[in-house]
Write a protein of this length. Structure first.
Length: 241
């Protein structure tokens, strides 16, 4: 049985990805900060057959040594970099600490886990790396220069690593969700979120499981010819190419 590691695995999107990967036949390790362990275990125990394949790993993605130590315990076949934070404020008011915090989690964290897992994937001749970017990494957003830069950077990482590993049985892709029904989006002021939703052609937010399904598709052995790609899942909110 292949193993998947998901950073940000205790969040709303992370748990949806974890459950879909378990149902697709993988053993899943959901990595998140240690204070999320209790809520993850409570959620996991609401399932029957699936729960024995769901595991929590305490991990701070901003700590490279922590990432190395965690990965030593797991043969990671599928890596999903889903950890993400926001600290929204216009750039003219943004403090360096607010810039660094978002880049540290969203982009440095992905590098740390890619670096920690890629050699094992090369040795085994198989790997799937899936980076969760964002529609705002494609088009930018007012007050999100730090977040948009981190998510655009994720796809730059995706394309470069895809070129480095394409001949070694590894694919590297990114997914750019639009606005999804998660705690992060719920923190947007209601009047602003209403305006955003009105611009989405399908007329609603994404459900986390709709993003998770794309992750499972890219993780499959049959998806071996897709690498270096970015898949927008935005309900038509973004239709660039």
């Amino acid at each position: 049985m292949k193993s998947a590691l998901i950073s940000g695995g205790a969040g709303g999107l992370g748990k949806a990805i974890a459950l879909d990967l378990v149902k697709s036949g993988y053993r899943v390790f959901a990595a998140d900060l240690s204070n999320a362990a209790k809520s993850f275990e409570l959620w996991k125990n609401t399932f029957d057959a699936e729960k024995e394949w769901l595991h929590f790993v305490a991990l701070d993605v901003t700590d490279y040594e922590n990432c190395l130590a965690a990965v030593k315990q797991i043969n990671v076949d599928i890596l999903v970099n889903a950890a993400g934070v926001t600290q929204d404020i216009s750039l003219r008011k943004m403090e360096p600490a607010q810039w660094r915090k978002v880049l540290s989690v969203n982009l440095d964290g992905a590098f740390h886990l890619c670096r920690a897992t890629v050699n094992g994937m090369i040795e085994r001749g198989f790997g799937r790396i899936i980076n969760i970017s964002s529609v705002n990494g494609l088009q930018g957003q007012f007050g999100q220069s730090n977040y948009a830069a981190s998510k655009a950077g994720l796809h730059g990482l995706t394309m470069s690593l895809a070129r480095e590993t394409a001949a070694k049985g590894i694919t590297v892709n990114s997914i750019s969700p639009g606005y999804c029904d998660t705690e992060m989006v719920a923190a947007i002021p209601p009047e602003h979120l209403q305006k955003i939703t009105a611009q989405i052609p399908v007329g609603r937010l994404a459900q986390p499981q709709e993003i998770a399904r794309v992750v499972s598709f890219l993780a499959a052995e049959e998806s071996a010819y897709i690498t270096g790609a970015n898949i927008p899942v935005t309900g038509g909110y973004w239709m660039g190419f």
